[in-house]
Design a protein around this ligand. Sequence first.
Ligand SMILES: [Zn+2]
Length: 636
Amino acid sequence: MELDYDKIGLKVGLEIHQQLNTGTKLFCDCKPALFKEEPEITFLRRLRPTQSELGQIDPAAFFEFQKGVKILYEADSKSSCLVEMDEEPPHTINLDAVKTVITAALMMNAKPVSEIHVMRKTVIDGSNTTGFQRTCAIALDGQIKVGEKIIPIQHASLEEDAARKTGEKEGNVIKYRIDRLGIPLIEVATGPVIKTPKEAEEVALTIGRILRATGKVIRGLGSIRQDVNISIPNGALIEIKGLQELELVSLVVEYEVQRQLKLIEIREELKKRNVKEEQIEERFLDVTTIFEKTTCKVIQKALEKKKQVLAAKLIKFKGLLSFELSPQLRLGTEMADRARFWGRVGGLFHTDELPAYGITEQEIEELRKEVGAEKDDAVVFVADTPENTQDALKAVFERARESLKGVPQETRAPNPDGTTKYMRPRPGAARMYPETDIPPLQITKDEIENIRSHLPELPEQKLDRLRKEYKLNEKLARQILNSEYSELFEVIVKESNVSPTIVAALMTETVKALQRDSVPVENITDNQLRDMFKFVSEGKLTKEALPDVVTWLCKNEDKTVREATEALGLRSISTGDLEKSIAQIVEKNRDLIKKRGDESFGALMGIVMSDMRGKVNAEIVSKILREKIKELASQE
Ligand SMILES: [Zn+2]
């Protein structure tokens, strides 16, 4: 369904965060690297709610605080020190990171500030050990051109990345790894002027290209993250946080518009059904006895643990809970997300999707009778501890009341398929206050002019150069420009004699195809890629075998290209052996060659290549084979 976004009045703004590769972290000398092993150090802290600018306490943080949620931070000594642990004040700001942000900002025509002030921005989810994130505006008021349209850039800032969550909450403990904390991040925010999903994606890609052009960005999944702010009139401003793939932007915006339009439809339907807020009454009933002999596994398990089933009717909601908002997402799903978040239950049952899951028609009938549900009412229920079931149904009813108003204000998180899920309520404006441990930093006009006179080439210029210098076709040149490997591509082409088209195709199409097959391509290192192509140049490896080698290296980390070729049995045949094999094949096909002369070449080439299965270079085979055919012909 193609929507008329102009008519809908869609407005999108983007905030792009990209990790910078600057040797050390932003406020200490640790290496910006993530570790995979068991942590050397762990420490436990209690989550503390903080006040927003208006003195409001974030409801989600306060809720977690009340529940006694604690955070277990994990660290190793290579990637963190006392600064990340908040046991030591921050060191001076990484100047290389500052210069990189100024570079990107100038490429986006933004105006650098004359003095950089590091600020503290309160964070509420435990992702910073300090309870705040350090951030500083580096340049303001820029603009970029995307197609024919001018997109305003509100600011380019430099901030410290947060700790990374390593798993879901276990009991009352959330785990965070602080290796990522303090990695420099550039943040670029556009004005909310984007009008279509496609345009959102183009803007994201354009900004991504400019950031990569600085040559100072970290590569791989999670190194670029964006927040997408989406609003339509009569809907709400929804922030979708932490989208990692630029290619998903368009789909995420499309689905969010659909979701909001459908929620508005539900609001209108509820109006038609004349549902009033006060009718959505929180009358929760313990209906455990109905399910004592149930065949529903989830409920059985809960009852074995002495849990209960709590139910309530949602007046005149019948049919609305199964109403599809976007693919895989229904109003019932949104209610279940709330129940999981606030009630910490496994999920929510509702009559719109029943009978199913082993719950029978008869149980539903008894349930409807028990809660006094009429024909047009829906019934919702959860199975868990008394406290959790109460919290869960309260959250479900809150969500039900919100559907009378339309689209609730909330922060959502992206799913891999472009749909989104509830993350937490929209926080109030974050409180910002000066970081007193770091003095302001002057940026002189001379320093800025010096950076301005050495700006990297703009992406459009680079595209042009890639096509001319390496004779890449338009499509491949664009793919390389958009790829994380665009710098490495030129390095490899210069140091190997492999055709630029082959290098480019591997770095774009092959890598994408492997990614689709769930090969962890982010594991491959620059040096491994360089070695691979050196092997190809030296005839030690064929280009046909490259996808297999990449796959092997991604699955066997820290191994060499030589080890890969050995493990895969790809050690290519020496020219002497190759000549011998070809001679044998030629001999066997003597009659064919006699009859068809040069025309037999294609058929013989096929035989030799399938015989050698990727271990030989087609060009070399072709050369030897032609010689042999000629030899044989001249013997006659
Ligand atoms: Zn450190």
